[in-house]
Design a protein around this ligand. Structure first.
Ligand code: MSP
Length: 537
């Protein structure tokens, strides 16, 4: 039996400090699309997301609400899980860093680092705000001496802390970057890291704290808790059972050099993933992921979408009004994966109308209506190309499938959707130019008519299947209307033009009703107004 190819994909684990917004949804939806696309193409997949539940900020937010940190994160975890279910996220696990399995793995990793001499005890020095009980970096201070949160003067403070010896791994890291050009994508992010952090001289990383206690305690040093990043990054291993009794997932999805491992992250956390994470893995004598993909940030015209700015797009009312497919389509198609993307209500409505209601919806409705009318709802025979238009469409079908695969595999997610939509547009154009309604009037053109409608049915089949990782509810409906049963929905069938002949279509309701532009723009502008953002802040 041939072994299936394996694919492990992760999102960052989110801070559950407040309700999730569309910026968090963005990364999780992209990971879900990549996972589903690999699964469609026969890979065995594992998709992980979760929550980063420790740290001072969480403890403070909990206290402000009169809750224990654990009760607070338990509540927030429900919000995240609800959002993932609403967005139809197909994650295989949901790791929370307060879980026993994670805590034990992190403690065991720290113990080995200590034994190996990778961490050492020293002193952490920083600018401390007594009122906020928080250290700030010099660059974060207001006017060079005030706490950015409460605007009180800060003082320089020291505490005992363990540090990870980064210098030991710098040469390894630079060589690794050189030998693995796909390790950090887009490449510019790696150059930024080298120029801004490595070249000026990388300091050792502080990995424990004593000034707060909401964290994983260190067995060897009571009073110290692991400082968030070592704790957080280890989730990618602990969720797979690393250093636990049953580590079969770890063996399969990490330890096997043939497994393709991809971490998706936002630009603001590049340093931790691209510099420290590979060093931790090297210190553990483990393989590196294949790719750390740095996506851009979701912005609005006010700047980065964030709770503190109050410019968040609340995902729930968007999904409730437009459906999960429309929201997923917008994120996947409109925002170029790897670049920042500005959300505007105008572009949202335009994108849904142009692609889903017009291009895809029209091709489906017109094709099914004609198959119904001319062939009593049975997809006709395909007897090969009869003219140049047929030949062009046939070769476009085949090249679209190939390009889709290579674009998805190189994480060009938005381009992959665009080329499928270009095939749909070509299908509409082909229908207009082939004019099946005229062919139907001429008995001698029966075969041409059959080929024409069988080809547009095939375009819909290809589009339905290739878009199914994004359009998780509407693509299956489209395929059902086309009469393509579940067991028929195989990637291998896509190149076999004519394979659908004889299927009975099942015409249904239009899949994507056209949005009334002015009305919907107003609606979205309203939900973007402050109330939800305030509630989340
Ligand atoms: N807990 C850390 C990650 C640890 S991973 C081992 C963290 N959490 S976070 O909740 O602040 O951010 C998680 C992810 O959400 C980051 O990748 C961040 O880039 C992403 N986003 C937060 N706001 C975003 C947008 N407005 N747009 C896109 N992604 C955004 O950092």
């Amino acid at each position: 039996m041939s072994q299936k190819k394996k694919f492990y994909i992760t999102t960052p684990i989110y801070y559950p400090s407040a309700a999730p917004h569309l910026g968090h949804g963005y990364c999780t939806v992209m990971a879900d699309i990549l996972k589903r696309s690999k699964a469609l193409r026969g890979y065995e997949t594992f998709f992980l997301t979760g929550l980063d539940e420790h740290g001072e900020k969480i403890a403070k937010n909990a206290m402000a609400q009169g809750m224990t940190p654990q009760a607070f994160v338990d509540e927030e975890a429900k919000e995240f899980k609800n959002l993932w279910s609403l967005l139809k996220i197909s994650n295989d696990d949901f790791i929370r860093t307060t879980e026993k399995r994670h805590v034990e793995t992190v403690q065991s990793i720290f113990s080995d680092f200590l034994k190996q001499g990778d961490v050492y005890l020293s002193e952490y020095k920083g600018w401390y705000c007594v009122h906020e009980e928080t250290y700030w970096a010099e660059t974060q201070l207001l006017d060079g001496h005030l706490c950015p949160e409460c605007h009180r003067p800060v003082e320089e403070k020291k505490e005992g802390a363990y540090f990870f010896r980064c210098q030991k791994y710098v040469d390894f890291l630079l060589d690794y970057y050189k030998e693995h050009p796909m390790f950090v994508v887009p490449e510019g992010r790696k150059t930024e890291m080298i120029n801004n952090f490595i070249k000026p001289g990388l300091s050792d990383l502080c990995v424990t704290r004593t000034s707060f206690d909401w964290g994983i305690p260190i067995k060897e040093a009571p009073g110290h808790v692991i400082y968030v990043w070592l704790d957080a990054l280890a989730n990618y291993l602990s969720a797979l059972g690393y250093r636990q009794k049953d580590d079969s997932l770890f063996q399969k999805f990490w330890n096997d050099p043939d497994t393709e491992i991809v971490h998706l992250i936002g630009a603001d956390i590049t340093r931790f993933h691209v510099i420290y994470w590979p060093m931790f893995l090297k210190a553990l004598n483990l393989r590196e992921p294949n790719t750390i993909f740095v996506h851009g940030l979701m912005m609005t015209k006010e700047g980065k979408m964030s709770k503190s700015k109050g410019n968040v797009i609340p995902p729930v009312p968007m999904v409730e009004r437009y459906g999960v497919d429309a929201v997923r389509w917008y994120l996947a198609r409109e925002i170029v994966f790897g670049q920042d993307g500005e959300f505007t209500p105008e572009q949202f409505v335009e994108r849904i109308n142009a692609d889903l209601a017009n291009s895809l919806g029209n091709l489906l409705n017109r094709s099914l209506a004609m198959i119904d009318k001319y062939f009593a709802g049975i997809i006709p025979q395909f007897s090969g190309a009869h003219n140049e238009l047929d030949s062009q469409l046939i070769s476009l079908i085949s090249s679209t499938i190939d390009k889709y695969e290579s674009l998805m595999d190189s994480l060009k997610l938005s381009e992959a959707q665009a080329i499928v939509m270009a095939l749909v547009d070509a299908g509409n154009k082909y229908l207009a130019e082939s004019a099946p309604w005229s062919l139907a009037k001429d008995e001698t053109k029966k075969e041409e008519l059959e080929t024409c409608l069988s080809l547009v049915a095939h375009v819909l089949f290809v589009a339905g299947l290739l878009l199914s990782p994004v359009l998780v509810t509407k693509a299956p409906e489209l395929l059902e209307q086309l009469g393509v049963s579940d067991e028929f929905q195989k990637f291998e069938n896509l190149k076999q033009i004519g394979v659908l002949s004889g299927l009975q279509i099942k015409k249904g309701n239009p899949l994507f009703p056209r949005l009334e532009t002015a009305k919907e723009i107003d609606y979205i502008k309203n939900i973007m107004l402050v109330p939800h953002a305030k509630a989340a802040a």
